[in-house]
Design a protein around this ligand. Structure first.
Ligand SMILES: N[C@@H](CCC(=O)N[C@@H](CS)C(=O)NCC(=O)O)C(=O)O
Length: 222
């Protein structure tokens, strides 16, 4: 734990999604994984609480106003929600190693996830959703070409930890449901994904491909 942080009164706890149909296994929520990646990269010990989102316990509904994960308790009794707020709070309490992304890069790739979801769930091949996703991926590729290998150069930062789980979902779900792959010529995006997915923090917190697919299936088949 970082020497600068006040010791928590009790363990740090994080409520995250349990796997769909497998409540004892870490699930496939990219926002939950983002928080776990932040804790892992900062080497902060924590206790996981797996939440079955299809059968939310009463105690969880009391601490999570919208019934959403992740929810985080920094060890001082107060539960906070939303991965933006949680990761910002972790950064403030545990500033070392710094994961701060410079403001000019903090929105790089921010439209990737909504573009991916739109294309994944689209039933109309001519609605422009594939092209919109390709445009976002190309723009990330250009950024990485100029500034990579991470969004902010040599050092991983918060924006990478937000994008990594989303890119994993994108890769797994689009391949499975649409037989669609990120074009080979987006070489900087491919190298970026390899770099992120091979990190110890990612390997430790990633969901299985089967659970990612099971998580998206109801939205794709809706
Ligand atoms: N903006 C929130 C989004 C969190 C979110 O949408 N979590 C989903 C799981 S990935 C959830 O808990 N959904 C509630 C449900 O499925 O009942 C964040 O960044 O934390």
């Amino acid at each position: 734990m970082a020497a600068t942080a006040a010791a928590p009164a009790s363990p740090i706890e994080v409520c995250v999604k349990a796997a769909t149909g497998d409540p004892e296994t870490l699930g496939d929520c990219p926002f939950s994984q983002r928080v776990l990646l932040t804790l892992e990269e900062k080497k902060i010990p924590y206790e996981l609480k797996l939440i079955d989102l299809d059968n939310k316990p009463e105690w969880f509904l009391k601490i999570s106003p919208e019934g959403k994960v992740p929810v985080f308790n920094g060890g001082h009794g107060k539960w906070i929600f939303d991965s933006d707020v949680v990761t910002r709070t972790i950064e403030e309490k545990y500033p070392e190693p710094s994961l701060v992304t410079p403001p000019e890069y903090s929105s790089v790739g921010s439209k990737l996830f909504p573009s991916f979801v739109k294309f994944l769930t689209s039933k109309d091949p001519n609605d422009g959703s594939e092209q919109a996703l390709l445009d976002e991926l190309r723009s990330l590729d250009e950024h990485l070409k100029e500034h990579g290998p991470f969004v902010n150069g040599e050092k991983i930062s918060a924006v990478d930890l937000s994008l990594a789980p989303k890119l994993f979902h994108l890769q797994v779900a689009l391949d499975h449901f649409k037989g669609w792959k990120i074009p080979e010529n987006l070489t900087y995006v491919h190298s970026y994904m390899k770099l992120l997915f091979n990190r110890e923090s990612f390997i430790k917190t990633k969901p299985s491909k089967e659970h990612v697919i099971a998580g998206w299936a109801p939205k794709v088949n809706a």
